[in-house]
Design a protein around this ligand. Structure first.
Ligand code: ADP
Ligand code: MG
Length: 319
């Protein structure tokens, strides 16, 4: 079982940023309003994520690091309409199998916090506020081959920051504080998508944005796209979310690119922060464990909706 966990971990937990992504998604699922992220050596040495969410009840704590332990699916039908970010019950187990990990957590019903330490698997009373604090130390200490694949601190930190920005843009209703090697890196206060995007994408975004907001009964698209006059964006300035999940999706990209081409007659890489929301039963987000791709029931309709929304906005904004 330990081996299976480590193999499974290899698929999902490739590097520190994957740990950051999974832990942040759990904090979002737990209803956190404030999340603090502390990284050491690009996350290779240590990743500590604290949130003020609902916490884990003591009787569920030992289960949280077991494979397929998820509190988020009660039935098979639930799989059809998963709204929370995580639903596989594998992330914590995978992370625990390749690191030294502790979980300190308190729910509103507990008088004090509890701390689970892995791999010793002790559970002890502890000090701590409501929420969850997960401390991941020495990633891949027991899988040296994988550890060798880690890149420089700067590179791994860059990947972690990218993962954090994705979650932060998808959740402007949550405040974030990010630290690296004891120094503050970012602080993003609770705000609107616009203020969050301004903070994360900076002046270029502020100068170039066109607001998008369109909806039908089953689908909506909102956010900001680069104006026709805007300069070419870097690839890491394109953020697209489907039901609050960051995606890189060929169909969506094609619809957007076509709209830009048809209005501007040139290939462009605009700055984008777009949130697509669609009825959960019309989208399958479970295509890949890393969950960066999606599959739509009616991909043609989705393509058309995005294409026309972006095209109309560009034509209007340019005129
Ligand atoms: P999943 O998110 O797919 O359910 P995980 O392995 O990521 O599986 O987490 C296992 C379980 O641990 C979750 O279902 C949840 O009940 C609990 N959990 C993990 N992180 C948190 C957190 N930050 N706050 C509250 N509960 C959490
Ligand atoms: Mg999860």
């Amino acid at each position: 079982d330990k081996l299976i966990s480590q193999i499974a971990a290899g698929e999902v937990i490739e590097r520190p940023s994957a740990v950051v992504k999974e832990l942040l998604e759990n904090s979002v699922d737990a209803g956190a309003l404030a999340i603090e992220i502390r990284l050491e050596e690009g996350g290779c040495q240590r990743i500590v994520i604290s949130d003020d969410g609902q916490g884990i009840p003591p009787k569920e704590l030992a289960l949280a690091v077991k494979r397929h332990a998820t509190s988020k699916i009660a039935s098979l039908e639930d799989l059809e309409s998963v709204l929370t970010m995580g639903f596989r019950g594998e992330a914590l187990a995978s992370i625990a199998s390749v690191s030294k990990l502790s979980i300190t957590t308190k729910t509103i019903a507990d008088d004090h916090a509890w701390k689970l330490t892995h791999p010793s698997h002790e559970i002890m009373p502890a000090a701590g506020a409501q929420g969850c604090r997960i401390d991941v130390e020495d990633l891949f200490y027991n899988t040296p081959a994988r550890r060798k694949f880690l890149k420089s601190t700067a590179t791994e930190l860059g990947h972690c920051v990218e993962a954090i920005k994705r979650v932060a843009l998808a959740n402007p209703q949550i405040g974030f504080a990010v630290w690296h090697n004891g120094k503050p890196l970012y602080r993003w206060l609770i705000g609107s998508l616009e203020t969050r995007a301004n903070e994360i994408l900076g002046a270029e975004f502020q100068a170039a944005q066109l607001a998008v907001d369109a909806s039908s009964e089953i689908i909506s698209l909102s956010g900001f796209i680069g104006a026709p006059t805007a300069s070419r964006a870097r690839a890491d300035q394109q953020f697209i979310f489907v039901n609050q999940r960051f995606v890189k999706d060929k169909l969506i990209n094609h619809a957007i690119r076509s709209a830009y081409q048809d209005v501007l007659h040139g290939d462009r890489q605009p700055i984008l922060v777009l949130c697509l929301n669609i009825l959960p039963e019309l989208v399958d987000v479970n295509v890949h464990p890393a969950k960066i791709e999606v599959r739509f029931r009616d991909s043609r309709a989705v393509h058309q909706f995005i294409y026309h929304t972006v095209k109309d906005r560009l034509a209007h904004g340019a005129g």
